[in-house]
Design a protein around this ligand. Structure first.
Ligand SMILES: [Zn+2]
Length: 328
């Protein structure tokens, strides 16, 4: 996915702040921090007996010009119908799975590479009661910067005790200098950033590449889904007959791609394959009725799909607040 210039985010924050009534002026003295701390950034739910926590890395504006379709008119209509406009507020989500003594993170967020509205994953994780040093495994859906940039903080590994699992095809593609040189100039940064994020884990023997469909842990397996990138991978979590599919970048703009799944994005390495993958994934999820977690769906980004003609409707996971009640 793509960053919208950080300026937009800052401009939005400033616009919000000017609307704060004078009585709250004191609270607005350190505005961005104040707004950031007002968000929980995590949401727990169960998949059978397995606890999963959705973690927010933040949100960023997505320029709809990045979406690709021959029918610009119907794309604009879809935006209107959804009461949204460019840039679309877009979440960057990661997920924590507590599985039999392991703390498994699905995707690692952006790190510092996408500007100040993101890089909140470590704070969201801590707020959920887990320190990044406790993470045992990171499952990478694909090596784009907004999914792996957060593996590093400057020269430091953010998850020093974790094994990073990724399809071999992703490593082969993103770490090959020839592919970087062949890529259009505006996409070459992805290759440099991929190297910077992964190389330190490769150097310490912490990257475990797998080949396609594999049972990685009991109840958790990889599902190849190439298209958006060559080794793009879903991860299927199943327990007690309940299933959740972590979807990575099967879509970027729900408002547009649910009504018309044929719309692609400039960041698809193979747009045709990405479109085919999305149509197949949507149809399968709607038919089977399992939960899905697309990385850029509005946080917490977990729900189901229902088919409606040639379109799909998002059915968010019902919110359950199972925290213990306070004793007054
Ligand atoms: Zn991506």
């Amino acid at each position: 996915m793509k960053l919208y210039p950080a300026l937009t985010t800052l401009a939005l924050a400033c616009a919000l702040l000017t609307a704060i009534p004078p009585t709250h002026a004191a609270e607005a003295s350190s505005p961005v921090v104040g707004l950031t701390q007002s968000q929980a950034g995590y949401h727990r739910f169960m998949v059978g007996t397995v606890e999963v926590t959705a973690l927010s890395d933040g949100t960023i504006g997505l320029d709809t010009q990045l979406l690709q379709t021959p029918d610009r008119h119907s794309l604009d209509d879809a935006l209107k119908v959804a009461h949204v406009a460019s840039p679309l507020d877009t979440s960057v989500n990661a997920y924590l799975v507590k599985l039999k003594g392991r703390l498994i993170l699905v995707d690692a967020g952006t790190g510092t590479l996408f500007g100040p509205s993101l890089n909140k994953l470590p704070a969201s994780l801590r707020a959920a009661g887990v320190d990044p040093t406790q993470i045992t495994d990171v499952l990478v859906t694909h090596v784009h910067t907004d999914h792996t940039g957060g593996l590093m903080s400057g020269a430091q590994r953010v998850y020093p005790n974790a094994t990073v699992h990724v399809d071999q095809r992703e490593i082969d593609y993103w770490l090959a200098t020839a592919n970087e040189q062949a890529a259009p100039k505006e996409k070459q940064a992805f290759f440099r950033q991929a190297r910077a994020s992964l190389a330190p884990y490769v150097a310490t023997g912490q990257v475990r590449a797998f080949d396609g469909a594999q049972q990685l842990f009991p109840g958790l397996r990889s599902v190849p889904a190439p298209g958006h990138t060559p080794g793009h991978t879903f991860y299927a979590l199943e327990d007690q007959g309940v299933k959740l599919m972590f979807w990575g970048d099967v879509m970027h703009a729900a408002e547009v791609q649910l009504p018309d799944p044929s719309v692609t994005i400039v960041y698809d390495v193979d747009p045709e394959a990405a479109r085919t993958q999305r149509l197949r994934a949507f149809a399968d999820a709607a038919q089977a009725g399992y939960m899905v977690a697309p990385a850029h769906m509005a946080f917490p980004g977990v729900g189901r799909l229902r088919v409606e003609g040639t379109a799909y409707r998002w059915l968010p996971l019902p919110y359950v607040n199972d925290a213990a009640a306070a004793k007054n």
